[in-house]
Design a protein around this ligand. Structure first.
Ligand SMILES: [Zn+2]
Length: 232
């Protein structure tokens, strides 16, 4: 656990001219569209998940269960849905920012194998907000919790070591996914594809779903977010 995670419970902004500087895309989102306490919910969930995994790996299953149970899926899914349905999100300011002059070919999507390489290089830490992130891939540490306490995430199961939903064709129902929706790893294009960003190791960083979603098609300059955190 990096110290940075604990410092992100409150949004700190530094006025610079007309703009603001944010530590992460999630902070940008919170500042413009969030409700009080949103970030606290996200980061305390990530912290509790991380503590649950550590407790489990140390053999303290009671503590692991307690911590994992404390991750409030309902609150998290509320936040996610808030972001999607909140009309303010697609308000004028955001729409204005989203426009890109780039008209060249758009880089391809990130393949699963490239995403894995990026996560491995970044040690499964969000390069924007320092949150520990987890993957659906085989061997992800969060799988231990799904396996040990199936009653806490009844809509999830492991098939040959990979996370699947119990819905049709392995679909994962949002409400069951919410326990780690916000701390799920996503490969993020630093320069968005819509702005000519390439799909390569140099332009990709590990991000949590929250940062990835909050960033959208915006550039870091538009968001007022400085460069991703350097690798340790
Ligand atoms: Zn993040």
């Amino acid at each position: 656990m990096r110290d940075g995670l604990l410092n992100l419970g409150s949004v700190t902004t530094i006025a610079e001219g007309d703009g603001f500087i944010f530590n992460s895309p999630v902070e940008f989102f919170q500042f413009h569209y969030g409700e009080p306490g949103d970030l606290e919910v996200v980061f305390s969930a990530a912290l509790a998940t991380d503590e649950a995994i550590a407790a489990f790996e140390n053999g303290n299953k009671d503590l692991a269960r307690q911590k994992w149970k404390s991750v409030d899926g309902d609150k998290l899914i509320h936040l996610w849905n808030l972001g999607i349905t909140n009309s303010k999100l697609r308000g004028k300011k955001w729409a204005d920012l989203e426009k890109s002059d780039f008209d060249g070919p758009i880089a391809k999507q990130v393949s699963e194998s490239l995403a894995k390489k990026v996560y491995l290089r970044d040690d499964c830490i969000c390069r924007y907000c320092d949150m520990p992130v987890f993957t659906r891939f085989k061997g992800s540490r969060i799988h231990q919790l799904i396996q040990a306490f199936p009653e806490l995430t009844p809509g999830l199961r492991l098939v040959n070591g990979s996370l699947k939903g119990s819905g049709k064709n392995g679909a994962i129902k949002n409400v069951d996914y919410a326990k780690f929706l916000w701390s799920m790893a996503a490969p993020d294009h630093i320069v968005p594809r819509s702005h000519g960003g390439l799909t390569d190791m140099e332009n990709l960083v590990t991000s949590c779903s929250g940062c990835n979603y909050s960033k959208g098609d915006l550039t870091l300059a538009q968001l007022g977010v400085q460069w991703p955190k350097p690798l340790l």
